[in-house]
Design a protein around this ligand. Structure first.
Ligand code: FES
Ligand code: FES
Length: 171
């Protein structure tokens, strides 16, 4: 008699919520080659992280994992077991939907045009601000150096982040 095998499962902690997902080669299973951006978008419905280059170059897919900004297009989902992941959907107040200070600064400063790159830029900036709430502009530019915007919003994006830094000083 064939002994029934336990189905392998991966647990992801995204935006404070735990997801248990089956691992394998089936349609609804996480294969060893699946990347985090696909899992977030296609399985969890968190479409804020965008797929651009798919090669870790453009920054559109940036999320925060264990406090660091990472390119989710070159991160294997199976390597994320138990890690704390934050996506753009996790920044606003979960009860009220109110944007956090950084998101609001992007709105106030028009830090985007088409918006395709914006969630990645915000997540890269958020990782910096979580580590250092008062970075100098040069540090912001360096933190955003891996994020490309085809609409050319780099200057307004930096402006938005610095506006948030000023707000942090007032608190
Ligand atoms: S889509 Fe991930 S870095 Fe471009
Ligand atoms: S706002 Fe369009 S790509 Fe950046």
């Amino acid at each position: 008699m064939v002994k029934e095998q336990l189905r392998p499962i991966i647990t992801l902690n995204v935006n404070g919520r735990e997801y248990e997902l089956p691992v394998g080669e089936g349609v609804n299973e996480i294969s060893p080659s699946e990347t985090l951006v696909h899992t977030l978008r296609d399985r969890l419905g968190l479409t804020g992280a965008k797929l651009g280059c798919g090669q870790g170059v453009c920054g559109c897919c940036t999320v925060i994992m264990e406090g660091k900004a990472i390119a989710s297009c070159v991160t294997l989902t199976l390597d994320c077991e138990g890690a704390r992941i934050t996506t753009i959907e996790g920044l606003a107040d979960t009860a009220t939907g109110e944007l956090n200070n950084l998101q609001q600064a992007f709105v106030d400063k028009c830090g985007f045009q088409c918006g395709y790159c914006t969630s990645g830029i915000i997540m890269a900036a958020q990782a910096l601000l979580d580590e250092n709430p008062f970075p100098a502009e040069a540090e912001v530019r360096e933190a955003l150096a891996g994020n490309y915007c085809r609409c050319g919003t780099h200057y307004t994006a930096v402006d938005a982040v610095m506006t948030c830094v000023e707000k942090n000083r007032e608190v």
